[in-house]
Design a protein around this ligand. Structure first.
Ligand code: FE
Length: 184
């Protein structure tokens, strides 16, 4: 069973690495994107709960991703909802911290929500992830240490930062921007 789960996770990992670069990227660049700084950042979490409390607060899928560093399948329900969402803010599905903004969304064609910058950098933490023999930069909520996804840099996307925060949609909660007050 563990072997099956590990194999599935590895497949997802390779899909993350290989399936999200722009179509015009040369193969070498697709497999070896440069990585953002890997220093562990923003390590002071302020939301701490017991495992039992997290299990009670989160859905099983949210728990798997946020607390067990899981990965949702690409092009899933959360991603389809993400694509349809308009202006607003994305907060942590675990603790509600502001993480990303619709202003920084872009379509990377990878099947997971993509942002080129965090909305509130102090709420986003990064650290090196060497799972499955691949070095990547993990993205976490700095407030509750929930796993969000990974960030890749230098893939050639035409965005202001050329960074791709590849985030699990299940780990986020969308807060629509309030409608503009109508003037008489
Ligand atoms: Fe959080």
């Amino acid at each position: 069973m563990n072997r099956i789960r590990t194999g599935f996770a590895l497949g997802i990992t390779l899909a993350v690495l290989a399936g999200c670069a722009p179509k015009e990227m040369p193969p070498t660049a697709m497999t070896t994107p440069s990585q953002p700084a890997t220093a562990d950042t923003n390590t002071t979490s302020t939301v701490t709960k017991t495992d039992a409390e997290w299990r009670k607060r989160l859905t099983p899928e949210q728990y798997h991703i946020l607390r067990e560093a899981g990965t949702e399948r690409p092009h899933g329900k959360a991603y389809e909802e993400f694509k349809a969402q308009g202006a607003g803010t994305y907060v942590c599905g675990g603790c509600g911290a502001e993480l990303f903004s619709s202003a920084h969304k872009f379509d990377s064609h990878c099947g997971w929500p993509s942002f080129y910058d965090p909305a509130n950098a102090k709420n986003v933490r990064t650290r090196e992830d060497r799972a499955f023999g691949v070095t990547r930069v993990e993205v976490l909520c700095a407030k509750c240490n929930g796993h969000l996804g990974h960030v890749f840099k230098g893939e050639g996307f035409p965005t202001p930062t050329d960074q791709r925060y590849c985030i699990n949609g299940v780990a986020l909660k969308f807060v629509p921007k309030p409608a503009e007050a109508k003037t008489p």
